[in-house]
Design a protein around this ligand. Structure first.
Ligand SMILES: *Cc1c(COP(=O)(O)O)cnc(C)c1O
Length: 428
């Protein structure tokens, strides 16, 4: 369904750019003049503010040495908490419910070690077949540590079409044997948003603890984790938040769980005023901070200060509005220009059900992605047949999107993709 006023000519793209209130942030990012970056859902680009706050932390190290912990411009000792506070509006939580720590996979390990408490018949973990593999590996190893068989104890909700999950089927799988469940907020391939509010309510009716992997939604769509009563969540900051390669991740724990002992304890989870007492008895913080483990990776936290300033200024609601509009424009153009090209738009079409990228399916996706790269467009390939295209609200323009589709049209009409091998690269 094209949006009401869609027009295919470049003038329309230029008109939309003029009306775009976020257009002013484009110059804050390092964009290459001849490259159109459509991969912000895998690794967001560097902004000048992120670079600045990274350099400030390096400067504090240079000038202050160990005193940077308390006296730096951004005192390192409190940086994870400060960033948690800055990140809280992106997930709809209170400041003390969020901590910026670890990585997605490490945080999942921590949260499962903490909240998976098998008892009686309730010993299983519920996930789904479309979940990111690292999450499944983590769940399997957590089951193994407790002596459970991963085949019988990790339940995976199936997908009918390999693209989407049905909330009703997820709810049907919430049996009395499930102790804890994790679900994606936005599916990494198809961009489907799962109904977090509904699943949380249904899980709680059945005494199941529920957590979400929010990697593909944080920085792209708003959340209301506290209001929905979500028990825990975890995510990365190198995708839509633009925190840089290996940026430190995020962790949310609902305040009703404060005081629950961390499954994996470490001294940075201590109450701040007790940490340096060096006692052998651990006194965990009464906040999400309790689930930190060791010394924070300051140089991978530092860019996030600048990134989260940008998000605070631009506002996640405004970002979501543009993201929906620019992704809709991309889909409209694809349908108009590439109708006979063998493409299929594999993401949900309704605004409420789609995240921050378009999932374009084609049997020749791997070769088309290579041709796109050689034409100056950076896409993202997901084996075997998905081209993910993510126009990013803070730095992509409608004219970029227009150009991408013209390039794609040329690649198809000239059969350019046929000169590439069918193999994918090691990272794609
Ligand atoms: C990117 C991503 C991850 C990656 O986890 P890391 O620990 O940061 O390597 C995990 N889950 C999902 C859904 C992702 O999109």
């Amino acid at each position: 369904m094209p949006s009401n006023n869609f027009q295919p000519l470049v003038d329309f793209a230029k008109h939309l750019d003029k009306q775009d209130s976020l257009q002013r942030y484009r110059k804050e990012f390092y964009l290459k003049p001849d490259i159109i970056y459509m991969d912000g859902n895998s690794l967001g680009l560097l902004s000048k503010r992120a670079e600045r706050t990274l350099l400030e932390c390096i400067d504090d190290w240079k000038e202050l040495g160990i005193d940077g912990w308390l006296q730096g411009k951004h005192p390192w000792f409190y940086l994870s908490e400060k960033l948690g506070e800055m990140c809280a509006p992106l997930v709809g939580a209170s400041p003390e419910e969020v901590i910026v720590t670890g990585s997605t996979t490490v945080n999942l390990h921590q949260l499962i070690a903490t909240f998976y408490k098998p008892k009686g018949k309730r010993t299983k973990i519920l996930a789904d077949v479309l979940t990111f593999p690292s999450d499944l590996y983590a769940l399997q190893s957590q089951l193994r540590i407790r002596g459970y068989d991963t085949e019988t104890h990790l339940i995976r909700v199936k997908s009918r079409d390999g693209r989407f999950l049905e909330e009703n089927e997820i709810i049907d799988a919430m049996t009395e044997e499930i102790a804890v469940m994790i679900m994606p907020t936005v599916l990494y391939r198809s961009s489907q948003i799962v109904d977090m509010k509904r699943l949380t309510a249904e899980a709680h009716k059945r005494d199941i603890i529920i957590g979400f992997d929010a990697c593909h939604s944080v920085g792209a769509i708003p959340h209301s984790f506290s209001e929905w009563g979500v028990d825990f969540a975890y995510w990365c900051h190198y995708k839509h938040v633009n925190g840089g390669p290996g940026a430190v991740g995020g962790l949310y724990v609902n305040k009703k769980h404060f005081g629950t002992s961390p499954g994996l304890a470490g001294w940075f989870g201590s109450r701040k005023d007790k940490q340096f007492d060096m006692e052998h008895l651990f006194t965990p913080a009464e906040s999400a901070g309790a689930y930190q483990i060791g010394t924070p990776h300051i140089l991978s936290l530092a860019p996030l200060i600048g990134c989260l300033e940008l998000f605070a200024e631009a506002g996640i609601e405004t970002i979501r509005e543009k993201s929906l509009s620019i992704n809709q424009y991309l889909m409209d153009l694809i349908e108009y220009e590439l109708a006979d090209g063998g493409f299929f738009i594999g993401n949900p079409r309704e605004d409420e059900r789609r995240g921050g990228h378009v999932s374009l399916e084609h049997p020749e996706a791997a070769r088309i992605c290579k041709a796109l790269k050689d034409n100056g467009v950076i896409p993202d390939f997901r084996s075997p047949n998905i081209i993910r295209l993510a126009p990013v609200a803070l730095y992509s323009s409608y004219e970029d999107v227009w150009k991408v589709v013209q390039i794609l049209k040329k690649i198809m009409s000239e059969n350019q993709y046929k000169k590439y091998a069918k193999k994918r690269e090691i990272i794609s």
